[in-house]
Write a protein that binds this ligand. Structure first.
Ligand code: AMP
Ligand code: GLY
Length: 420
C-alpha cells in the first residue's frame, strides 16, 4: 500500500516508524514531516489544513490510506474531504472531532450519556462567569471552549487567578477559541490517558499511558505539551479500564453514532482517578504526543493493521497482541520552552545511538542543515526505550539522553516517577 501520514511531530515520526515496519507498506510519505522522519519516509511539504490540497496530492501519488496525526487538520475537515474523495482514512470527521475541538460539546455529550466528569457551567460573557466563580470559590478550572494549542485551560488555585483567566479569555487572548468559556469543578486525583480505537460501532482499547505536563522535575513550573510519558500506566488497572469503557467511552461512541456523527479513529480519553473511580477530564481526537511514541514502540507493525481495521469498519474482529513490557519516552526541549527560546542550535551524537525495536529517538522539531541537525522547535526530540520493566525502560532512555550532545537542550530527569 501507499500510505500518507499527516503531521510533523514526534507523534508522526513514531507512527511512521511503526507503519514502515509492516510489510503491507510499499511507499510511505509524511506531510510535511521533519528531519528525523525524512530518514525513514519521503516528506512532502503541502498544506495539510487544506482538504482539497491533500486529496489532490493523494490522487497524484496513488495513496491508498491516509492517517491524520494532529487535531488541526481534523478540525478543519481534512478527514471528511479525504473520505468524500473515496480515500481510506484514519481519523474522525470534523463533526466528531468536536469532542476535542469544543469543551462545551464534550460536556454536552457527557450529560447526554451520563458519563462521570467534573460539574460545569458555560458562559459567553464575563459578568455571569465571574459571579459563578465567586459563588463556587477556588480551586476551580477555567477553559476556553475551542482549540488553544493546549494553553486554554487554567487550573486556578485561587479565586483571583480564575477571575483573571476570565478577563484574559473574554479579552481575546485565545482568539475565537475563548468566545465561550467552560468553568469546571476542580477534580483532585491522579491523571492517566486511555487510548481506544473505534470504527464508530466497535471499540478496541489499545493501551494506557501517563504524560508529564509540567516543565520541571517533581511536576513544577508551567504547563507544556508534555515532557515525557510511559506506557502502561499502572494506575489504570483492568478494573478502572473496564469502568471507563462502560461508563465513559462506550456511551460516548454510542451517543456520537446516535447523533449521526459516528466517531472513527483513535479516541484519547484523559481520565482523573480518585477513590477507585475514573472521571473524564477531556477527550482528544488523536494520539497524544508524546504518548504515541510509547504506544507505537509497544505496538510496532500491528499499529498499521489496527488503524486499517478502524478505517474499514472491521474492529469487531481485531485484537491487540501485547508484549508484556514497558516503554518510556523523555522529551528533550530547547532551553526556555515553554516560554521564548532560540531556534537553530546544533544537535550532535544521534548517529551513535542504537535504533532498533527497543530504542528510538523520534524527532519533534528538527531540520537538516549543512550535513548536521538543528533544533527548530520547543519540543525537539523524544528519546524512547522499551524494557521488561519500567525501570529498565527508564534507564535505557536516559542512557540515550546522556549521549546526545546538545548544550542548548534540556529534559526532565524524573520521567516515570509516579509509577516507580
Ligand atoms: P489540556 O486540555 O490537555 O491542556 O489539559 C489541561 C490539564 O488541566 C489536564 O491535563 C488536567 O491536568 C487539568 N485539568 C483539566 N480539567 C480539570 C479539572 N476539572 N480538574 C482538575 N484538573 C483539570
Ligand atoms: N501530551 C498531551 C497531548 O497530546 O494532548
Amino acid at each position: 500500500m501507499n500510505i500518507l501520514i499527516l503531521g510533523s511531530g514526534g507523534r508522526e515520526h513514531s507512527l511512521a516508524w511503526a507503519v514502515k515496519q509492516n510489510p503491507k507498506t510499499d511507499r510511505l510519505i509524511v506531510a510535511p514531516g521533519n528531519a528525523g522522519i525524512a530518514m525513514l519516509a519521503e516528506c512532502a511539504d503541502i498544506d495539510i489544513l487544506d482538504g482539497a490540497v491533500v486529496v489532490t496530492f493523494c490522487e497524484e501519488n496513488a495513496i491508498d490510506f491516509v492517517i491524520v496525526g494532529p487535531e488541526a487538520p481534523l478540525a478543519a475537515g481534512v478527514a471528511d474531504a479525504c473520505r468524500a474523495a473515496g480515500l481510506l482514512t484514519f481519523g474522525p470527521s470534523a463533526a466528531a472531532a468536536r469532542l476535542e475541538a469544543s469543551k462545551a460539546f464534550t460536556k454536552e455529550i457527557c450529560d447526554a450519556c451520563n458519563a462521570p466528569t467534573a460539574g460545569y457551567a458555560r458562559f459567553t460573557e464575563a459578568g455571569p462567569a465571574k459571579d459563578y466563580i465567586r459563588a463556587q470559590g477556588a480551586p476551580i478550572v477555567v477553559k476556553a471552549d475551542g482549540l488553544a494549542a493546549g494553553k486554554g485551560v487554567i487550573v486556578a488555585m485561587t479565586e483571583a487567578e480564575a477571575l483573571a483567566a476570565i478577563d484574559d479569555m473574554f479579552g481575546g487572548e485565545f482568539g475565537a477559541a475563548g468566545a465561550e468559556v467552560v468553568i469546571e469543578e476542580f477534580m483532585a486525583g491522579e491523571e492517566a490517558s486511555f487510548f481506544i480505537l473505534t470504527d464508530g460501532t466497535h471499540a478496541l482499547p489499545i493501551g494506557t499511558a501517563q504524560d508529564h505536563k509540567r516543565v520541571g522535575d517533581g511536576d513544577i513550573g508551567p504547563n507544556t505539551g508534555g515532557m515525557g510519558a510511559y506506557s502502561p500506566a499502572p494506575v489504570l488497572t483492568e478494573a478502572l479500564q473496564r469502568q471507563a469503557m462502560d461508563q465513559i467511552v462506550l456511551p460516548t461512541i454510542a451517543e456520537m453514532a446516535r447523533r449521526g456523527t459516528p466517531y472513527q479513529g483513535v479516541l484519547y480519553a484523559g481520565l482523573m482517578i480518585e477513590n477507585g473511580q475514573a472521571r473524564l477530564v477531556e477527550y482528544n481526537a488523536r494520539f497524544g504526543d508524546p504518548e504515541a511514541q510509547v504506544l507505537m514502540m509497544r505496538l510496532g507493525a500491528q499499529a498499521l493493521d489496527l488503524m486499517l481495521a478502524t478505517a474499514e469498519g472491521r474492529l469487531g474482529e481485531a485484537q491487540v497482541n501485547w508484549a508484556d513490557d514497558h516503554a518510556l519516552t523523555v522529551v528533550m526541549a530547547t532551553k526556555g520552552y515553554p516560554g521564548a527560546f532560540a531556534k537553530g542550535s546544533q544537535i550532535r551524537g544521534l548517529d551513535e545511538l542504537p535504533e532498533d525495536s527497543r530504542h528510538m529517538v523520534f524527532h519533534a522539531g528538527t531540520a537538516a542543515q549543512d550535513g548536521g541537525l538543528i533544533a527548530t522547535g520547543g519540543r525537539v526530540l523524544t528519546v524512547t526505550a522499551r524494557g521488561t520493566t519500567l525501570r529498565e525502560a527508564q534507564t535505557a532512555a536516559y542512557a540515550m539522553v546522556d549521549q546526545i550532545d546538545w548544550p542548548e537542550g534540556f529534559c526532565r530527569r524524573d520521567i516515570g516517577w509516579r509509577a516507580l
